[in-house]
Design a binder for this molecule. Structure first.
Ligand code: PLP
Ligand code: COI
Length: 354
């Protein structure tokens, strides 16, 4: 696919690493293309970053037809840039798009667009320890009519943001509130798709948690409200009595790429790992018995994030004295080591930008 390029005439000053945080700054350019049934995907272009115009009846604004992805570009110590498992994000985006009746982007086209755009914007990949360029591809329905139906017109864009750590705590353990009222998703719904509506519906519980000093919400299953699902922006893992356990993919949680990578690393290294249902009662009992050894979240933005405290119906569960555990640390070091090219990528997960 040919990509037309219009360069900015007013490049921004790049922010210092110390102020980055997550998703506050954007690079000089963005990628955009449109879809309709006659032309398929067309008008692929890189343009200066800026506001876009939408018809007031745009489907995404009324009926939430939107999907997105999140991945990162990392700068290695030799100055080169690499992506981490980008094909996994491309495939997941197409699965999300299928669920929301948005068009597919052929995998090789999506990969070409992604790598060309990151190559073009690569000066923006920061180099300070722990920083990266967060890549946010997204697609939305763009019909200019109020009828409820699957969309005929769509827009696909990529925006990029130099980032540091997602949580203000950095690699220090976060506190997570287990939500007892609202539910995030049910099987057959959109929980396993990465679509904007899932996040909109989770904000109310998120606000409540934040007011009480918790970073995010841990969701329970929507039917029995008993089984652990995932956290707002990450999957969750526990070490119980020597075994790493994580909720199985039942259709209502996001199949995280960091989750998959952590499971692959742990299995390759001979850890005992299981994907299964985990009830909140099991977590409480394991804690009471002194068998809940570690808990952590996994996600592109959150990386591997230790969980020091869970709170459920005002009962506080302090995990590993609120300190980062051994397996959490090991996973963090291994994963970030591969991502920043500090250790050998024996899994073949990284894709250099050339
Ligand atoms: N779960 C939710 C709800 C998320 O938003 C994310 C972040 O993308 C994850 C899990 C982790 O997924 P991944 O590791 O692919 O970033
Ligand atoms: C990511 O980790 O890429 C995410 O999409 C999480 C996000 C909602 C900030």
């Amino acid at each position: 696919m040919e990509i037309k390029i219009t360069k900015t005439t007013a490049p921004a000053v790049k922010p210092e690493a110390s102020v980055l945080g997550f998703g506050k700054y954007f690079t000089d350019h963005m990628f955009i293309m449109e879809y309709n049934p006659e032309k398929g995907w067309h008008d692929a272009r890189i343009v200066p970053f800026g506001k876009i115009e939408l018809h007031p009846a745009c489907t995404a604004l009324h009926y939430g037809s939107e999907v997105f992805e999140g991945l990162k570009a990392y700068r290695k110590s030799d100055g080169s840039v690499q992506l981490f498992r980008p094909m996994e994000n491309i495939r997941r985006m197409n699965r999300s798009a299928e669920r929301l009746c948005l068009p597919q982007i052929p995998e090789d086209t999506a990969m070409q667009i992604l790598t060309e755009f990151i190559k073009f914007e690569q000066d923006w990949v920061p180099s300070a320890p722990g920083t990266s360029l967060y890549i946010r591809p997204f697609m939305f329905g763009n019909d200019e009519t109020l009828g409820v139906h699957s969309v005929k017109h769509a827009t696909f864009m990529i925006i990029t943001s130099p980032v540091g750590s997602y949580y203000k705590e950095g690699i220090n353990p976060v506190k997570i509130m287990i939500e007892a009222e609202d539910v995030r998703a049910v099987r057959g719904g959109t929980g396993e798709a990465k679509c904007g509506g899932n996040y909109a519906a989770s904000n109310r519980a998120g606000e409540k948690a934040e007011e009480k000093g918790y970073s995010q919400v841990l969701w329970l299953d929507g039917v029995e409200r008993k089984y652990i699902e995932e956290v707002g922006a990450m999957n969750v893992m526990f070490k119980i009595d020597g075994e790493v356990v994580t909720p199985q993919l039942t259709g209502s949680i996001l199949p995280g790429i960091t989750r998959k990578s952590c499971l692959e690393i742990l299995r390759a290294e001979g850890y005992k790992v299981s994907e299964r249902r985990i009830s909140i009662d099991e977590i409480g009992k394991a804690l009471a018995d002194g068998k809940l050894e570690e808990a952590w979240g996994t996600g592109t933005a959150a990386v591997v994030s230790p969980i020091g405290e869970l709170c459920y119906k005002d009962v506080k569960y302090i995990i590993n004295d609120g300190k980062i555990g051994e397996v959490t640390s090991h996973l963090y070091d291994t994963l970030t080591g591969i991502q920043w090219g500090k250790i050998e990528d024996k899994y073949g997960w990284t894709v250099p930008i050339k």
